[in-house]
Write a protein that binds this ligand. Structure first.
Ligand code: OGA
Ligand code: MN
Length: 296
């Protein structure tokens, strides 16, 4: 069977059927998924009971995989076999759940702030693929906002105002905002990245309002003025009409385009297990769009 798509939202996101992701995918299927991603930016595959190996194999069909913030602590204890499998769960490698004061809990809570994965590194992330293994009894959804629609709906005046501006994205900003205190060595390992506030999406040619929690300030403005503008733009981008909310079922695989969307998890009781597994490809176009800065 071939890829079939059913829109889930008036602006973006579609449910994808007709493909078994546990099996190797051929070049035509990869192309069909890429085309669908350029249009919908979020694809939901239901009922895909992937093993870790199968998920890594599927993800690798779309480019080189990146471990994101895991690169800060290479070789740290993990529940997974592959270094590129990212643990989006509250389960400790040694068993049991992470406590409220654990660093991993801060990191999980930071995922509940609107962001594009790894927008703090060069290259940034292209596709993230999140596979659901254990779903909590309530809450714990993931929401996606369409940054193309957000850009299109800005007033001409605001479009002109932000066109020449740049923002700086830093890896640990969201964690520090939640009270984490990374060491100087950790901060130095992930130097910040500078971006234009408006990017052009390579796959569709559409303009994107490039905002999210990893943005710390605007280069051309004072900290206060820049942060308030970032806040205003983020509020604009995440209005309900631009948001698709995904209700997880066990066996879902959701793929999103980090170049065209931002996302956030929703609150749930951290005393209940929630387990998702992520694989993420590199956005090689971001190397052209971004500038690596000196460590702060
Ligand atoms: C992620 C992420 C949100 C969630 O996996 O990149 O931000 O709902 N997840 O867990
Ligand atoms: Mn994320």
């Amino acid at each position: 069977m071939s890829l079939q798509l059913k829109p889930l939202h008036p602006l973006f996101a579609a449910e994808a059927t007709g493909i078994d992701l546990t099996k190797p995918v051929d070049a035509d299927t990869v192309r069909a998924i890429d085309d669908a991603m350029d249009k919908y930016a979020v694809l939901v595959f239901r009922g895909q009971p992937l093993t870790e190996d199968q998920q890594v194999a599927f993800a690798s069909s779309f480019g080189t995989l990146d471990a994101g913030l895991k690169k800060l602590s290479p070789g740290a204890p993990s529940r997974f076999k592959h270094e590129v499998t990212i643990d989006i769960s509250n389960v400790r490698p040694e068993g049991g759940l992470h406590g409220a004061a654990d660093r991993k809990t801060i990191s999980n809570l930071a995922n509940q702030l609107w962001h594009s994965d790894s927008s703090f590194q060069r290259p940034a992330a292209k596709y993230s693929m999140l596979h659901s293994v254990v779903v909590p009894s309530k809450g714990g959804q993931t929401e996606y906002a369409d940054l193309r629609a957000a850009y299109d709906s800005l007033s001409d005046e605001l479009k002109a105002e932000i066109a020449p501006l740049h923002s700086v994205h830093a890896a640990l900003h969201s964690r520090m905002w939640l009270g984490d205190k990374p060491s100087a060595a950790e901060i130095a390992k992930m130097p910040p990245v500078q971006w234009p506030l408006v990017r052009t999406h390579a796959g569709s040619g559409r303009k994107v309002l490039w905002v999210g929690i990893h943005a710390t300030h605007i280069v051309e403005k004072t900290l206060a003025e820049g942060r308030m503008l970032l806040q205003e733009l983020l509020e604009h981008a995440t209005q309900r009409e631009f948001v698709y909310r995904h209700e997880w079922r066990v066996g879902d695989l959701v793929i999103w385009d980090n170049r065209a969307t931002i996302h956030r998890g929703r609150r749930f009781d951290i005393n209940e297990p929630r387990e998702l597994r992520r694989t993420t490809t590199n956005d090689m176009d971001s190397v052209r769009d971004s500038v690596l800065l000196e460590a702060a």
